[in-house]
Design a protein around this ligand. Structure first.
Ligand code: ASP
Length: 349
């Protein structure tokens, strides 16, 4: 009799535990960013803030439609990133910043956590949605990374949509470029208002204060338990022709491995490349057994801070744990799971 009770209690505990695990672990999850930097309430008008929040929610909704219908993490992030690239408010696709030569040079990368397949492109022009080209490199070429004219020729061959220069010419970006040139600033990080001129960092004195919209990225976990990550950017205002940041570099701006996590970064690319940010977060989970948040904290809040590398990351692990970690005053970000409706945030909470 007593034995039966013990068995029943054990059974109840087991069921209770597994039920709570089932409740805590989402079937699918999606996290996005739209750049990190000196983003404080005084820098955004209420109208602009509302528009940005709306764009972030639209991007999350696009990805959720795919994930909810048992679609893949890879499809979800591709779709999500395209919505952000089509918005003029982020430094990717349509809203890309201008190089020193007054052109838009786009970088992007994507990675599939199932098999470590990856694709990346850098320094391409006139590609409407760079993330689709990065994906084509992954799926339709024998290579991982293509750049410049070669990547553009491959895009043509693959029927990837192009857009003329006028499509990428947004007034606020041009103003930003003109201001930076007038101040003889060095390359400007889109999202923090500082430039690195020969004399060292210079403070952004642009009247429109518009150096805060950044790179975009997405990471997702799908119902099949697969992870994927992607990132897309115009880089830095006044960047030298040919400069490549972290965003298209697998391991720096983007990484995904089903064994650990999926990461997309935004920040000062030169530091993120040197710190191999995205891969290091996954590696800390794989080799050192750290949890996702611990790993993100170690890289973003310790290592990068020591190096003076500004920015942040979004990440998700195979249990659906989410991290949105940044060492700047703000990061445009948002997330959802099948248990939790979409929410977006901008400033430090
Ligand atoms: N990481 C990007 C770059 O350095 C910039 C950004 O995140 O906004 O090109």
């Amino acid at each position: 009799m007593w034995g039966k009770t013990v068995k029943a209690v054990i059974l109840a505990m087991t069921i209770g535990e597994s039920m709570s695990i089932a409740n805590d672990t989402p079937d699918y999850a999606l996290v996005i960013h739209g750049g990190a930097g000196t983003i404080t309430p005084d820098k955004l008008t209420p109208e602009l803030e509302a528009t940005i929040r709306k764009d972030l929610l639209a991007a999350l909704a696009a990805g959720q439609r795919i994930l909810a219908q048992n679609g893949s993490a890879l499809d979800a992030i591709t779709e999500t990133i395209q919505v952000l690239e089509n918005s003029p408010h982020f430094n990717a696709g349509r809203g890309a910043v201008f190089t020193a030569e007054g052109t838009n040079e786009l970088d992007s990368s994507i990675m599939d956590g199932r098999n470590l397949d990856a694709g990346a492109i850098s320094g391409v022009r006139n590609i409407k949605n760079p993330i689709t080209l990065a994906r084509a490199v992954m799926e339709k070429s024998p290579h991982v990374m293509m750049q410049g004219h070669g990547a553009e020729a491959f895009a043509k061959e693959q029927g990837i949509e192009t857009a003329n220069d006028a499509y990428f010419h947004t007034d606020h970006r041009w103003q930003q470029y003109e201001d930076a040139k007038a101040r003889k600033a060095g390359p400007l990080l889109d999202h923090d208002g500082k430039g690195t001129s020969q004399e060292g960092p210079s403070i952004n004195k642009a009247t429109n204060g518009d150096y805060k919209f950044g790179t975009v990225g997405a990471v997702a976990l799908d119902r099949a338990g697969n992870l994927a990550a992607g990132t897309s950017t115009g880089g830095m205002t006044l960047k030298m022709h040919g400069r490549v940041g972290d965003s298209p570099i697998i391991g720096a701006g983007t990484y995904a491995n089903n064994q650990s996590c999926a990461v997309s970064a935004t920040g000062h690319g030169e530091f993120f490349i040197r710190a191999t940010v995205a891969r290091n977060i996954c590696a800390l989970m794989e080799y050192a057994g750290l949890g996702l948040q611990e790993a993100a904290d170690q890289i973003v809040l310790q290592q990068l801070v020591e190096m003076k590398g500004e920015g942040g990351i979004i990440a998700i692990d195979k249990e659906g744990n989410i991290s949105m970690t940044f060492n700047t005053p703000g990061m445009f970000r948002g997330s959802l799971t099948n248990h939790k409706e979409a929410s977006v945030a901008i400033y430090k909470d």
